[in-house]
Design a protein around this ligand. Structure first.
Ligand code: GLU
Length: 443
């Protein structure tokens, strides 16, 4: 065991909605820190003033909070600008870096004074926890630029200073940063910081094996949140993208992930994001919610979406949850009128509709509905199952269509709806009997 305290970080740039890949990187940083009783912090890399926007800074805090990944500390890179400048000047003073006057790239008639690192032109080798030993020949970089001017350090420089000052022990980040690592190690060595351990996570791919992008595919936390995915499901699914604990089991809480995670079981190849699988995970997590919590969270989701929450939501919760894989889908079912039979205001069905699928005449249907009322009048308990037990033998005897069709139409008022037992269970005895009696008057 390494005696030093593990410190990890996620360093998102506020340039747009948060990509789910960033959540996955944050998650592994969080898990690894917690597993080792270390700390995990968020650093917002906001020094690129042209690309960053304040609204995206707020979005980062909100998204991490929503995902349940609470950092032990957080700061913005811009808070450290003076420190970046101080160390840049120190490197120049020590002649490890130098000011270079050169023509401006986009306008060669003007001159700039960039700062370049004196590259010792060595081969940099580091051990990546996922990829093993990785070597880069750094001569191709030459004396690379580390600041646009003595007052304006570049991103690579700021990252190294911040990681060094924060004593980050493990830099665990996306694969796209692997080629930055040798340059960052050269800067780090010039500054005299201890080298952290690195790991570069495989990319998250779309089904066509291109990089999962926010423009082409749904890839941001916000997109999934507004579709009504649960953060717990997102965390679980993202953890299994590129990693698995072995075995068949797939549902893991964050605490279980903290116990089980290991870099040895991380894959090197890109992981394909499968929306159907994610929906499956979400459905499993919806089913794990206590019913009251399901109703409360769905109500909040619907209110935020601007939908009206129907008062009968608690009664239909179980049925709705069986059908919907996301809160968005559940809300769509409600909005689309799939449960409008729960409304007190539905008109009584016409005699024509009551007979339409009954394969019997009005007199027979009348007799059957009267019998249904009689059978249900005192039947206990009044659930979908027990109503079925009460009615089914009679329906089988009379011809099912002649009993169950008019009963279903009487209860729903509609041509298509759930079966009559489900409807009766959802409506309860009083409304069930009232509606059948109302239907009887239409015949
Ligand atoms: N700011 C970088 C990004 O948003 C992360 C840099 C790092 O993790 O070292 O991709």
């Amino acid at each position: 065991m390494n005696p030093e305290k593990v410190i990890t970080r996620i360093a998102p740039s506020p340039t747009g909605q948060m990509h789910i890949g960033t959540v996955r990187t944050a998650l592994f940083n969080y898990i690894f820190a917690k597993q080792n009783k270390g700390t995990y912090f968020v650093r917002i890399e906001d020094t690129d003033r042209e690309r960053n926007k304040e609204e995206w800074v707020d979005a980062i805090w909100n998204d991490f909070e929503w995902c349940g990944l609470k950092p032990d500390a957080k700061y913005r890179q811009s808070e450290h600008i003076e420190r970046h400048k101080e160390l840049l000047q120190k490197l120049v003073a020590e002649d490890k870096a130098y000011i270079s006057r050169e023509p401006k790239k986009d306008d060669p008639t003007e001159e700039v004074e960039v700062v370049r690192l004196r590259n010792p032109n060595t081969t940099i080798t580091f051990t990546d926890l996922i990829r093993g030993e990785v070597s880069f020949d750094t001569t191709e970089h030459g004396d690379f630029v580390i600041a646009r001017s003595i007052d304006d350090p570049l991103y690579h420089f700021a990252v190294v200073v911040d990681d060094g000052d924060s004593c980050v022990t493990h830099v665990l980040r996306a694969e796209e940063h692997i080629s930055n690592t040798p340059r960052q190690i050269l800067i780090l060595e010039a500054l005299g910081y201890t080298r952290p351990t690195y790991a570069h996570f495989p990319l998250i791919l779309a089904p066509d094996r291109t990089k999962l992008s926010k423009r082409k595919h749904a890839a941001s936390v916000e997109q999934y949140r507004t579709q009504g995915f649960l953060p717990e499901a997102m965390i679980n699914y993202l953890a299994l993208l590129g990693w698995n604990p072995g075995g068949e089991r797939e549902i893991f809480s964050l605490d279980e992930l903290i116990k089980l995670f290991s870099f040895e079981r991380m894959h090197k190849a890109g992981a394909v994001f499968d929306i159907e699988k994610f929906r499956w995970f979400n459905h499993e997590y919806l089913k794990l919610l206590p019913m009251q919590e399901f109703v409360d969270r769905l109500s909040l989701f619907m209110t935020e979406r601007g939908d009206t929450v129907p008062p009968y939501l608690p009664q239909i919760g179980v049925e709705l949850r069986n059908r919907a894989q996301t809160f968005g889908e559940a809300a769509d079912y409600l909005k689309g009128g799939e449960f409008s039979f729960m409304e007190d205001t539905i008109p009584a069905p016409t005699g024509e509709l009551l007979l339409q699928g009954a394969k019997a005449d009005a007199a027979a249907v009348k007799t059957n509905l009267t019998k249904v009322v009689e059978l249900l009048l005192e039947h206990e308990p009044f659930t979908a199952e027990s109503v079925k037990e009460a009615i089914f033998p009679y329906a089988t005897e009379q011809g099912r269509a002649s009993v169950l069709w008019p009963m279903r139409v009487a209860l729903s008022g509609k041509e298509k709806s759930p079966d009559p037992f489900t409807l009766a269970g959802l409506l309860g005895r009083k409304k069930t009997l009232e509606r059948i009696e109302k239907a009887l008057r239409m015949l």
